[in-house]
Design a protein around this ligand. Structure first.
Ligand code: SF4
Length: 309
């Protein structure tokens, strides 16, 4: 069984959610523009890391269709350059592999006494080298206030995904990895600066306005790009590994991988207090009810291989 850190998180949120998506292969196909911007912007930043900011800027319009969003991505890219050009985080070379979108794959079968095959998988956005050691850069986009005193950062403390990546990267290179930089971009909207982020109907004019404002000082709660370093202790890594192995054992022992478990009466697999999390679980109208997923057109089933990651 392959188990990624994101699947591990999903199982911990709700085993049934994990089962529906990772085993059965159901996918919610409704458009999620708030996620699309973050993921496209992440790719633009990856180009900046590999080929430089000018090349990343040349790619923006091809990667972000909405010209107003493209203008905002351009603004964030240049804001980042302005703020952090004096403290670069050069990509690491990990045994000949670039540190951008670095793929982790570790065989942990020996940690479950070889009862079953267990492969840890994951992708790290960026691994960089500083002061002779490898460190992780984790990029995020958010609508929240991101100055260093804001409550936003509390949510990132002890993020199991990052703890897991530190642990797994350390195992891969046989040297502990403990330092992480969170690099957060705030999504422009009127709540941040009504004057700056109000656009008319001319995207070129909007882009020009944004780029002309790059060096203007902003109030603390209007910061658009922020880095925060964190240190991941060995205790946290140890706790992560214990939790990860427990989930892997649960999945294996409870036969969550079996299609037979799709019985509404199997309450153990549902976690009702997770149903309202975030924007509300998309499966709520169907969980334990008579309406079947097959009756929707926005949740579809895609063929799965048998790796369940
Ligand atoms: S609706 Fe609730 S119980 Fe059902 S999958 Fe979603 S979180 Fe789990």
């Amino acid at each position: 069984m392959k188990l990624s850190v994101s699947s591990f998180n999903k199982y911990q949120t709700c085993p049934r959610l994990y089962w529906l998506e990772k085993v059965e292969g159901w996918v919610d196909t409704t458009a999620k523009p708030w996620l699309a911007f973050g993921s496209n912007f992440g790719e633009i930043m990856a180009i900046a890391d590999i080929h430089g900011v000018d090349e990343a800027e040349r790619n923006i319009d091809a990667m972000i269709e909405d010209p107003f969003k493209a203008a905002e991505a351009n603004y964030l890219l240049r804001k980042w350059e302005l703020k952090y050009k004096s403290s670069p985080e050069p990509l690491a070379d990990i045994g000949g592999v670039s540190g951008i979108e670095y793929e982790l794959e570790l065989d942990l079968s020996h940690l479950v006494n070889d009862r079953f095959e267990l492969i840890f998988t994951g992708f790290i956005d960026k691994v960089f080298e500083k002061e002779g050691e490898l460190r992780i850069n984790e990029r995020k986009t958010t609508s929240d206030v991101i100055n260093l005193k804001s409550a936003y950062w509390n949510r990132l403390n002890f993020d199991p995904q990052i703890v897991g990546y530190c642990w797994a990267l350390g195992e891969t290179i046989s040297t502990p990895v403990s330092r992480v930089t969170y690099e957060v971009f705030r999504k422009p909207n009127k709540a941040v600066d009504a004057k700056l982020f109000t656009h008319g109907t001319d995207a070129l004019e909007y882009r020009e306005k944004l780029l002309n404002s790059l060096s203007v000082r902003v109030a603390r709660d209007a910061e658009m790009v922020m880095r925060k370093p964190v240190y991941v202790t060995e205790d946290l890594k140890h706790d992560f590994l214990n939790d990860f192995l427990k989930v892997a054992n649960d999945i294996h022992d409870a036969k969550v991988l079996s299609r037979d478990s799709d019985q509404p009466e199997l309450e153990w697999i549902r976690r009702p207090n997770a149903c309202e999390m975030y924007r509300g679980c998309v499966y709520k109208p169907f969980c334990g009810r008579k309406t079947s997923l097959e009756s929707t057109d926005y949740i579809v089933q895609v063929p799965k291989d048998n790796t369940y990651d």
